[in-house]
Design a binder for this molecule. Structure first.
Ligand SMILES: Nc1ncnc2c1ncn2[C@@H]1O[C@H](COP(=O)(O)OP(=O)(O)OP(=O)(O)O)[C@@H](O)[C@H]1O
Length: 233
């Protein structure tokens, strides 16, 4: 089942004080099916994060299309209305970065149970599931009821990941999700990614340590400053 069909996808930033465009990526083409994992590679500044942000529509692409096969039908992520993008973000498309935008005075357990409560689970069920995930990622129980604003970088990232993964999406965009994780948490993440991949979640990921996800990768997208190469594994 096709999840995403990307063609001629390009992004350039117009930098006002330079009065010129700076290209990020150009003419990206690929197709992603349910349960497939696409690894995005390339040197610093080549446009990997920008590609994920354009697919999540935090940025508008400059050209091309990204046809997402939603439950409700086909939708071009490049030009869909903001209200439709917002709906997809709530239910079908997730974007995980290394940074948690912690909300003041919301505890870690409330941050990670919220997606389950929104799904209609009871508070007790949600807490039980969240406890299992937080334990798997090695977030110590002492701080589950504390506010993540005070957490270390790695602890914040664990909260961020659990929140993003606790309710399965159809398409997951992973932007360096292991950047501040210790070895145990990295292993826990890879285990969870393998589980959701087996359930049919399609993923596009940028990884600082690609060897962590070697066994999950179905294809690689190599971004370079001059061209884009898609290689199926
Ligand atoms: N908001 C922005 N305004 C202008 N230029 C930007 C903006 N965001 C990114 N860029 C530029 O776009 C290019 C691609 O950046 P991007 O962060 O996507 O690279 P990357 O491949 O993810 O890099 P890294 O491996 O260092 O994380 C860079 O040259 C960057 O300076």
């Amino acid at each position: 089942m096709i999840i995403l069909d990307v063609q001629g996808f390009s992004k350039a930033f117009f930098v006002h004080h330079l009065q010129r465009h700076i290209p990020a990526f150009n003419e990206v083409d690929f197709r992603l099916h349910a349960g497939e994992f696409l690894l995005v590679r390339g040197v610093n500044g080549v446009g990997k994060s920008t590609l994920l942000r354009c697919l999540y529509r935090s940025y508008l692409p400059t050209a091309g299309q990204a046809i997402y096969h939603a439950h409700a039908g086909l939708i071009d992520l490049a030009c869909a209305a903001d209200v439709d993008i917002a709906a997809l973000r709530r239910t079908e498309i997730g974007h995980v970065t290394q940074f948690l935008r912690a909300r003041p005075r919301v505890s870690a357990i409330d941050v990670v149970t919220e997606p389950l409560l929104n799904q209609g689970q009871t508070r007790a069920q949600a807490r039980q599931i969240a406890a299992e995930w937080l334990t798997a990622f090695g977030l110590k129980e002492d701080i589950w009821d504390a506010y993540p604003t005070t957490f270390s970088g790695g602890e914040q990232q664990k909260v961020n990941l659990v929140r993003a993964l606790i309710v399965p999406r159809r398409l997951l965009l992973l932007d360096e999700p292991t950047a501040s994780l210790d070895a145990n948490a990295r292993a826990a993440l890879v285990t969870r990614l393998a589980q959701i991949k087996a359930q049919g979640v399609a993923m596009i990921g940028v990884f600082h340590h690609p060897e962590d996800v070697r066994d999950l990768v179905d294809g690689e997208l190599h971004l370079t400053n001059t061209q884009v190469d898609y290689v199926a594994n």
